[in-house]
Design a protein around this ligand. Structure first.
Ligand code: ASP
Length: 333
């Protein structure tokens, strides 16, 4: 055989080999964690967040991760870890949940929350909360102590008080920055603002292999009085099922409800055999096509972490049983 032919064949085989190798390259495995949290998605950019605010966000997210992980380290349940991490974020004025909740058009604060136990399929949810300091505790009390799944408004608050939860004057939820933001939005467009969505959520996997997910929010600035978002709708903003995944969402709630986002991710994993990376990335990309802004956090039964979002930023982080907290804000992080 002539030398040029041999050279050509060798080159051709080499190209085939390289192509085959790159086609077979496995999708990189997601990192593993016992707790993943979010503090909302939205139009968050480096230019819009000062260094000191960025630092405050990071410190608060890290503290929530360390607190929640402490429960798991001590052999506690994923439900307790989710609740504690969310309570920490609710107590901060930085996030749109609990203390930092945004205002309705009527200048009130109406909060939604949900928590789900992946081991049993039990869930608790609450909407229209305006006087209970930590709305995630209302959801947890519904899960633990009610025959119902979802309570609203006055009925939910009376139940929470019966359960001994801390009640506060509605003025506790006043923050000047959220009030100023409402005024700006009312003047500008008079529809709910999507700019910074800021809800909080957590998903945990405990040492017994049990998954749990929870979410808490003030909703959307300038929302109509009585509007309910995706957060307390089980399967839309919050979902957990052992052996599949736990998911907590943040974003424009109406889109997450219509597309049953959290359950859609679980269903793709369960019925189509998709990995959590594939299922969650595809669902969030498809949502964007429909105009739905936001993201999710999730863990599968092996502890693989996902945090896909389709906005410029999402406050997010995860922690393993022994590692340091990993926190990020912007898409490029
Ligand atoms: N999903 C929430 C809602 O629509 C808002 C958010 O995530 O920030 O109520």
């Amino acid at each position: 055989m002539k030398l040029p032919v041999i050279m050509f064949r060798l080159l051709f085989s080499f190209i085939l080999f390289i192509t085959a190798m790159s086609c077979n390259r496995p999708i990189p495995e997601a990192p593993k964690a016992v707790l993943v949290i979010h503090g909302g998605a939205g139009w968050i950019s480096r230019e819009s967040v000062s260094d000191s605010m960025e630092n405050a966000y990071i410190k608060t997210l890290e503290a929530a991760l360390i607190k929640g992980r402490g429960i798991i380290k001590n052999g506690g349940s994923s439900l307790d870890a989710v609740q504690l991490a969310i309570e920490h974020l609710e107590d901060s004025p930085l996030f749109n949940a609990g203390k930092g909740s945004v205002f309705t058009y009527n200048e009130t604060n109406e909060m939604d929350s949900a928590i789900m136990n992946g081991a049993t399929g039990d869930a608790g949810a609450a909407t229209g909360i305006s006087t209970i300091k930590n709305p995630i505790q209302v959801a947890r009390a519904v899960l633990d102590h009610s025959v119902h799944v979802f309570l609203s408004g006055q009925g939910a608050e009376e139940f929470a008080v019966e359960q001994g939860l801390k009640q506060v004057d509605p003025s506790y939820f006043f923050t000047q920055k959220n009030f100023d933001r409402l005024k700006e939005v009312k003047v500008a467009v008079n529809v709910p603002s999507q700019e910074k969505l800021g809800t909080v959520g957590a998903v945990a996997l405990d040492v017994n292999g049990n998954l749990a997910a929870g979410t808490s929010t003030g909703g959307m600035t300038n929302k109509r009085y009585g509007r309910i978002g995706d957060v307390p709708v089980i399967g839309a903003g919050t979902y957990a099922e052992n052996d599949v995944c736990g998911i907590s969402a943040t974003g424009h709630g109406e889109f997450f409800i219509r597309n049953v986002v959290a359950h859609d991710i679980a269903a793709r994993m369960k019925y189509a055999g998709h990995s959590i990376e594939k299922a969650s990335t595809e669902v969030i990309a498809a949502l964007k096509e429909k105009g739905g802004a936001g993201g999710v956090i999730g863990l599968d039964s092996q502890g693989h972490v996902v945090m896909p979002f389709n906005t410029p930023g999402m406050f997010r982080g995860y922690i393993s049983l022994d590692g340091s907290p990993v926190v990020a804000i912007y898409a490029e992080d």
